[in-house]
Design a protein around this ligand. Structure first.
Ligand SMILES: NC(=O)c1ccc[n+]([C@@H]2O[C@H](COP(=O)([O-])OP(=O)(O)OC[C@H]3O[C@@H](n4cnc5c(N)ncnc54)[C@H](O)[C@@H]3O)[C@@H](O)[C@H]2O)c1
Length: 393
């Protein structure tokens, strides 16, 4: 029996032209899509353009993208011309925004508080921008949670960096030349990055201790085989994020944390409060109590640092202690951090592009609504709009 006529008709997919530029920020080795994801998009009928060498630093050469069905283009003009969607890791620059046609959709990290010029330009040029930082942390959005995927990469690198700079073995060793005690690693802040740092340090054989103001983190820390430092404070705020501590709570926290810092060989700090300066957890005075050769990896370096002595992008030595303030840790494992990021974007595109291949025009899905930063000449994210209204540009 033949199928009804309607099901025999092949649907013509309206190809969406998706462009992926080479990242420009110094040290940024990641790329917004990888060949595996490109293949899925081109198979679905879309056109994917990759700027020449966009994936080279992440070990995805042009040839792999071509094999996956993408077109390699030489420059930004050709890349963006006629593109409907642009996928980025770092926020677009003002000069990139100037090359985009009205209505182009840009998806990626937008770093709203530090990127007001480009946001204002996107508003003025009627570009639509979705910020991955604003994707809500609900179950359905887990596959799009780029903050988590990149924090996982960062936590891993922080632990490896700590081990690399520590003058001691991490595991316990029983050898003919004597017994070596395991190193002690302390993780401050047991969110996504902290938990990955704990898991990595455990696998390297260290004794691991961790602390977080959210008591709920204790169970996760213990399930990784690490010791959770307890303080009679619960500072879990809205949406699983930490709230700011009171002055009295801060003193108690400081005393307990300082004692743990003094006995650690490696301290990895990850404590951040979204949109604010990072809290100081390790003071200059506490650093003076640390063992010679101890290492601090401050993952909050870019937002002011959890250690008083941290300098973003630099390594400082004080009283025999090395304080490392790394920037962009996920970029140091670009192959896998790009792969995870690309999958996050692939899932996000699943909300923007319908099954019949057209771009949605109403952003009514709650994930799209929450992550919409700029659209149709307006800044949709209120805190960013307020920042823009308060000052320049
Ligand atoms: N889809 C989801 O449901 C989902 C996804 C990711 C994360 N989350 C939750 O959100 C939490 C925060 O995630 P994150 O990793 O992005 O956090 P983050 O990067 O905002 O902060 C890192 C960690 O530092 C901690 N911290 C803040 N101030 C501190 C202080 N003074 N001392 C010690 N620790 C301090 C925070 O509690 C957090 O665990 C996670 O732990 C998780 O439970 C939920």
């Amino acid at each position: 029996m033949s199928a009804p006529a309607s099901t025999q008709e092949t649907k013509t997919i309206q190809p969406v032209v998706i462009a992926v530029p080479k990242e420009q920020v110094t040290g940024e080795q990641r790329v917004a899509t990888v060949p595996e994801v490109v293949q899925k998009l081109t198979k679905a009928g879309h056109v994917v353009r990759i700027e020449h060498d966009a994936g080279t630093a992440a070990y995805y050469p042009d040839a792999l993208y071509t094999a996956a069905g993408a077109t390699i283009v030489a420059g930004r003009h050709e890349l963006f011309s006629g593109a409907k969607v642009v996928l980025v890791v770092q926020p677009p620059t003002v000069s990139d925004v100037d090359l985009l046609a009205e209505g182009t959709i840009v998806v990626g990290f937008m770093n709203p508080t530090r990127n007001l010029d480009a946001i204002a330009r996107m508003r003025d040029r009627k570009i639509t921008a979705f910020a991955l930082e604003l994707v809500p942390r609900i179950t359905r959005a887990q596959s799009m949670d780029a903050l988590s995927s990149q924090a996982t990469a960062g936590g891993y690198v922080a632990a490896v960096l700590g081990a690399d700079n520590c003058p001691k073995f991490l595991p316990m060793l029983t050898t003919a030349a004597g017994t070596i005690r395991p190193a002690t690693v302390l993780i401050l802040g047991a969110g996504v990055a902290g938990l990955m740092a704990i898991a990595t340090a455990k696998r390297l054989g260290a004794l691991v201790e961790a602390y977080d103001v959210r008591r709920a983190a204790g169970e996760q820390v213990r399930s990784l085989g690490a010791k959770f430092l307890e303080l009679e404070i619960n500072a879990e705020g809205q949406g699983g994020y930490a709230r700011e501590l009171t002055a009295e709570e801060k003193v108690k926290e400081q005393e307990m944390v300082s004692a743990a810092v003094a006995r650690a060989d490696i301290v990895i700090t990850t404590a951040a409060i979204p949109g604010r300066k990072a809290p100081v957890l390790v003071t200059k005075k506490t650093v003076a109590t640390m063992k010679p050769g101890a290492v601090i990896i401050d993952m909050a370096a870019e937002s002011g640092g959890n250690c008083e002595l941290t300098q973003a992008g630099k390594t400082v030595k004080e009283d025999g202690v090395m304080i490392i303030g790394p920037q962009n840790l996920p970029a140091r494992v670009p192959f896998h951090s790009s792969q995870m990021y690309a999958k996050n974007l692939q899932s996000f595109l699943g909300l923007l592009i319908t099954k019949d291949g057209t771009l949605v025009t109403e952003f009514s899905d709650e994930i799209l609504t929450a992550s919409l930063l700029v659209h149709a000449g307006k800044v949709a994210h209120k805190p960013t709009a307020d920042l823009l209204n308060r000052g320049t540009p």
